[in-house]
Design a protein around this ligand. Sequence first.
Ligand SMILES: Nc1ncnc2c1ncn2[C@@H]1O[C@H](COP(=O)(O)OP(=O)(O)O)[C@@H](O)[C@H]1O
Ligand SMILES: O=P(O)(O)OC[C@H]1O[C@](O)(COP(=O)(O)O)[C@@H](O)[C@@H]1O
Ligand SMILES: [Mg+2]
Length: 530
Amino acid sequence: MESLSPAIGQKAILPSTTARSDRDLFFGSVRLRTVRNIDRGCRRLRIRVQAGNGAAAGIEFSDPDWKLKYQREFEARFNIPHITDVFPDAVSYPSTFCLKMRTPVSEEFAEGYPSDEKWHGYINNNDRVLLKVINYSSPSSAGAECIDSNCSWVEQWVHRAGPREKIFFKPEEVKAAIVTCGGLCPGLNDVIRQIVITLEIYGVKQIVGIPFGYRGFSEKDLDEMALSRKVVQNVHLSGGSLLGVSRGGPKVSDIVDSIQERGINMLFVLGGNGTHAGANAIHDECRKRRIKVAVVGVPKTIDNDIMLMDKTFGFDTAVEEAQRAINSAYIEAHSAYRGIGIVKLMGRSSGFIAMQASLASGQIDICLIPEVPFNLHGPHGVLRHLKYLLETKGSAVVCAAEGAGQDFLQKTNAKDASGNAVLGDIGVYLQQEIKKYFKEIGGADVKYIDPTYMIRACRANASDGILCTVLGQNAVHGAFSGYSGITVGICNTHYVYFPIPEVISKPRVVDPNSRMWHRCLTSTGQPDFL
Ligand SMILES: Nc1ncnc2c1ncn2[C@@H]1O[C@H](COP(=O)(O)OP(=O)(O)O)[C@@H](O)[C@H]1O
Ligand SMILES: O=P(O)(O)OC[C@H]1O[C@](O)(COP(=O)(O)O)[C@@H](O)[C@@H]1O
Ligand SMILES: [Mg+2]
């Protein structure tokens, strides 16, 4: 067989088993475009290798120093903004955070812990974490993300999160605010709790919650909420957000006016892509006005649609909670004569919850996600496959992400207060179409379960609770260390700080050519519905 790792522009031959259709093939970021030239008899596809990341970024690969240059550019992109960028003379102080816990009433170390303490657990500012940990030997390796056509190994380092030896805020001068925006997500209260507790460990006395997302900065009838360990002690025992959430809200300049009026100099922002876009704009505006405010995000999205991190908090809980709905749909379908269960799960543009929940349950026959187009009708459509399932198994269960199959639904162009498109209900549509289809051919007992808001309102499970704890603590460490315009994340099991623009450049989506999606397909046994 010919090489699977040709240079850019060269042709390669892939075995037919590698190609699942006439569509483009992706090996990570390397796109192999099928030329639709199936050799007679041997069923092989001719493909052309298109550029990897690097060429797209304008890298000159003939330059012997291209790797070095790429790394330098990467380092600059992932540099995390610091207060000294704007205030070069900003004074630092010895940290008041120490792993050796003292009783909270002790005034012994009010001015900082003695520097002769042997081990504080501090992070060095130059500590880094590898963003990509696999050295792919070929662009054709599953999941390969290549910069050049040989998939050369180029180290990509990001900043390690954690407490630093020097802090840039005196705890007694800090007024910290926490705001939770967007939709609910399991774990919001756990993060709030940890932020408050960690701020108190640093010695901060003024901690407030901004009610109902960014709106709390402008609505006159909404008062900020005083927060302390006492207030947040048991808040993680219930779902939702102690502070409330909202979509939409005031202009960034009005938010920053309010920040100035309130004397806030640390702002912790819990939210998804939209919230982080807001947080970054707030950070920029504070810099423009030359006010010393640390703006730190904690990514919140049940959909797991934030780039670069292993996962976001609440996602595990959502997948776990979805099992209950899937199991109910399965029991209903299995116990009925020609039963079909439909479960709709959240995921506006990313099908992670539906994919993982289907995989975990092993009870789903058809998983539909926004990233993978499908036909409903026709010889290869979902309905035809359901007919086959009823004939062979007697029942079937479908799991659909809310953003799946939106092409079938009437578009309204309606937007929510944040500007997100309001989606049609794919679950209801599937239910109607399935009923219609089976009416003439023996009928089907169709049950539709929409557990979406029940899942979102859950309290975090133990694993998410721990993730929230670490993220919340690191958010506070980041702010005290003088960073702003950053967000915290887990990356290859380590905790890191990212500059906000890098994580919101686009939503993270399921790669239809990934091994995980393929695992899901092997579990469901569904065909391509095309
Ligand atoms: N591009 C943006 N710039 C500033 N604020 C934004 C932007 N996009 C969304 N927001 C604000 O962020 C908040 C949350 O956004 P939303 O999209 O509803 O949720 P999420 O943060 O979970 O994506 C809303 O108050 C919205 O007004
Ligand atoms: O009904 P709401 O509150 O707008 O929330 C629905 C949205 O919540 C989500 O689960 C998460 O959205 P956010 O990350 O923007 O909060 C979306 O998938 C879904 O469309
Ligand atoms: Mg959003």
